[in-house]
Design a protein around this ligand. Structure first.
Ligand SMILES: C[S@@+](CC[C@H](N)C(=O)[O-])C[C@H]1O[C@@H](n2cnc3c(N)ncnc32)[C@H](O)[C@@H]1O
Length: 180
């Protein structure tokens, strides 16, 4: 009887604890790749390789300080979305966007690129690493519509998905795939 009362009391204590504890948000996921900004001339070269036009919707997966989406809007007239896991970089991107004067065309989302809905993209830009590119490959192939161009600076998708076109810029390689 004493044992039953004791376990009832600890159950009650547990319920009280669970009820009054504020719900804590899950810890933010760590970036898969560190922040390394792409030099501006390579941003232009990558967007040119993708032949971005004002009809495009450009998604930069891991958008850092927002320079690729902002350039896609400012220099090519495209709509653009930047997906970035680091909230401080989203803040910096929005500050840069306010100065760039293309706020109507660009949105930054504080999301994990593996969880984002990228189905509206007509162009996807990547500056990640080989392992992350290959983990991303099934998502790109399943979510993107035929005709969507994917461009990557420096990193390909291995033998499993050879690029349709490879270009050398300043001693670095840029890769282009078109979704079929
Ligand atoms: C090499 S930087 C490229 C930044 C930008 N695209 C550029 O070219 O200047 C990679 C970026 O991806 C972000 N990142 C890494 N893992 C991510 C994830 N799972 N989801 C969203 N962003 C991520 C990093 O925080 C970093 O800003």
């Amino acid at each position: 009887m004493a044992a039953a009362l004791a376990s009832l009391a600890s159950l009650a204590a547990l319920i009280v604890t669970l009820t009054v504890q504020p719900s804590t948000p899950p810890p933010p996921r760590r970036p898969d790749v560190p922040y390394v900004p792409m030099p501006d001339n390579l941003v232009m070269a990558l967007l040119s390789l993708a032949q971005v036009t004002p009809r495009d919707v450009v998604y930069d997966l891991g958008s850092g300080d927002g320079r690729i989406p902002i350039a896609a809007a400012k220099m090519f007239g495209a709509r653009a979305i930047g997906i970035e896991i680091e909230s401080n970089l989203i803040r910096r991107s929005n500050e840069a966007l306010a100065k760039a004067g293309v706020g109507a065309l660009v949105t930054f989302l504080n999301q994990d690129l593996f969880e984002s809905d990228i189905s509206r993209a007509t162009v996807v830009t990547l500056f990640l690493n080989p392992g992350v590119n290959q983990r991303l490959m099934p998502k790109l192939q399943h979510e993107l519509r035929p005709g969507t161009r994917v461009v990557s600076l420096n990193f390909d998708m291995g033998d499993i998905w050879p690029a349709d076109h490879v270009q050398d810029v300043d001693g670095l390689k840029m890769y282009l795939w078109t979704i079929r």
